[in-house]
Design a protein around this ligand. Sequence first.
Ligand SMILES: NC(=O)c1ccc[n+]([C@@H]2O[C@H](COP(=O)([O-])OP(=O)(O)OC[C@H]3O[C@@H](n4cnc5c(N)ncnc54)[C@H](O)[C@@H]3O)[C@@H](O)[C@H]2O)c1
Length: 438
Amino acid sequence: MKLCVVGSGYVGLVTAACMAEVGHHVVGIDINANKVDMLNDGGIPIYEPGLDKLVLKNREQGRLFFTTDYSVCADADAVFIAVGTPPDEDGSADLQYVIAAATTAAKHMPDGCLVVVKSTVPVGTTDAVAEEVNQVMQGRGVSALVAFNPEFLREGNAVGDFLKPDRIIVGVEDVASEKKLKRMYAAFNRNRDRMIMMDRRSAELTKYAANCMLATRISFMNDLSRLCDVVDGDIESIRRGIGADERIGSHFLYAGIGYGGSCFPKDVQALLATGEKYGVDLPVVSAAWQANKIQRQWFIARLLNVVKAKDVKQVAVWGLAFKPGTDDMREAPSIDVIDALLDAGVKVTACDPAAAEEAKHIWGNQITYQDSPEATCKDADILVVLTEWLMFREPDWASIADLMHGTDIFDARNLYVQEELAQHGLNCIAVGRGKSCL
Ligand SMILES: NC(=O)c1ccc[n+]([C@@H]2O[C@H](COP(=O)([O-])OP(=O)(O)OC[C@H]3O[C@@H](n4cnc5c(N)ncnc54)[C@H](O)[C@@H]3O)[C@@H](O)[C@H]2O)c1
């Protein structure tokens, strides 16, 4: 099939490359001409494992191409909309990019073309897109089908998630859209039927429900972690204990510094805004959001207490990306932590294997960047570990202790064994590991 994918960001680029990989002819459209040039020249604007090879291979085999020109939609079987839906000032999703992308494509789309909204959008948006698109097409005496097909890929594992999805959620209002989507996804659906068909509104809510459920689990564990510190419990033991219960399961039970990234904070706020719009209280979702803010502030307050008490001059930070496997720094905990340290007049040296370039857009040369975790620690009074990249998992604590000026290690991801660090004279302040962490 001939597909156009509007938006060549984390979702759009992965969608375009994976759809080409299974044999479709795909054109990626983006308004950012630099991005398009880079992609056509064999480069890749984001860090996502395996994506560069997939893009290059499909470019070379002639199934994938990038442009800023929407007229390529003229012979498309389907047009995916995968542009951003960032939070507006009141937390609701800003839909201007989705509407602009869909209505611009509509100027060129042929009769019967299927618009597939992939961006995460509030309930009712796909209906509004259908109306706007068909209004634009009406002038040419043609019309389009419109479906919603949320994306569940995880940054850092996006190619694998797209090629082997747990489920493909499809929100449709007509049989023709359903048939087209089944054909488009046939290659992903061979050994078992992964497609779950529903109406468009339920599909829109399913995406928010998934992210808000996961955010709620994290917030619940974070609440308990703060209690653990005071009553001398261990959140890691509790995690293992409840995760073994099949009804609960072991995923998304890690206490830490509060969720970040481009999806959870944005989607939790957007669902709350939807509740407000329709006059429906969502106390659980609201608590998940409040708890996240409390956890982040609580971690930073503990850090600043030590900074003040010990007259700290220099802090090393391991990890800038909001999670391992990505260069994405949207809503990354590192932003709040480093801003607080800079405000306190502390010198910051940071290390991240993928996100340092992104970080330079935020802090420029206000902080120092190092490639090696060890070099980052030289003369540091405190080490703060914010992202659980593999390279930070098994440090040589003896040489870290030698290099550092101070002895405090703030472990925001509960990666380390406190007793092991203590053998090197280091004091590990983790999350929810008991009174020693207070
Ligand atoms: N990033 C994720 O992990 C993830 C996962 C699932 C769903 N989503 C959702 O997918 C959507 C896209 O997210 P993302 O992270 O890929 O965003 P992104 O910011 O990485 O990419 C968006 C791209 O769209 C382009 N764009 C904006 N307006 C355009 C227009 N009118 N025409 C053409 N291109 C345009 C931008 O230049 C940019 O390249 C969001 O709604 C997000 O919530 C994201």
